[in-house]
Design a protein around this ligand. Structure first.
Ligand code: PNS
Length: 163
């Protein structure tokens, strides 16, 4: 069985992430979405909320599994008996950070291979950070995130007065 781990913060999941997971499903038998428990980053959505959103969106895709992780990504991969890591490359500015991470992960575990996939070009400017900012400032994020995520963003704004 070909298994790929797709790690990230997913705070929140955007249509770019959805596109990437769908691409992963065309190549692999199973895509394990690994949601980072951000201890330093203070995410908008709790890890439970982020996991629930990914699960809900891919409830009809049996290839997709979702789990939380903390600590080193290579340790998580080893525990899951996975050797392939999928990351999205949107624009050139992603490259340096992604290249560093891929080489660091290879240094930590030479068995780990990072595979870069590119989302649809109309999603290439999209990031969770910008989605949160646009939404917080009253901009329309429909078309950028799944409807379920848009509704969850709305609930956060109403509950916390932030977005
Ligand atoms: O969506 P993001 O925030 O760009 O994802 C970053 C992520 C989760 C892939 C990265 O921060 C990560 O792998 N964190 C785990 C810690 C780790 O293994 N660091 C060393 C390898 S670079």
């Amino acid at each position: 069985m070909k298994l790929a781990v797709y790690p990230g913060s997913f705070d929140p999941l955007t249509n770019g992430h959805v596109d990437l997971i769908e691409r992963g499903c065309r190549i692999f038998d199973r895509v394990l979405v690994a949601v980072l428990i951000n201890s330093e980053k203070a995410p908008l959505f709790s890890v439970e909320e982020r996991i629930a959103m990914v699960r809900a969106i891919f409830r009809r895709e049996p290839k997709v599994r979702v789990k939380a992780f903390s600590g080193l990504l290579v340790d998580f991969l080893r525990a899951e008996k996975a050797t392939v890591l999928v990351r999205g490359l949107r624009v050139v500015s992603d490259f340096e950070y992604e290249f560093q991470m891929a080489l660091m992960n290879r240094h930590l575990d030479p068995d780990v291979e990072t595979l870069f996939l590119t989302p649809k070009e109309e999603l290439s400017y999209l990031s969770s950070r910008l989605v949160k900012e646009v939404h917080r400032l009253g901009g329309d994020v429909s078309g950028l995130v799944p409807p379920l995520v848009r509704r969850a963003l709305g609930r956060k704004v109403r509950a916390n007065g932030k977005g």
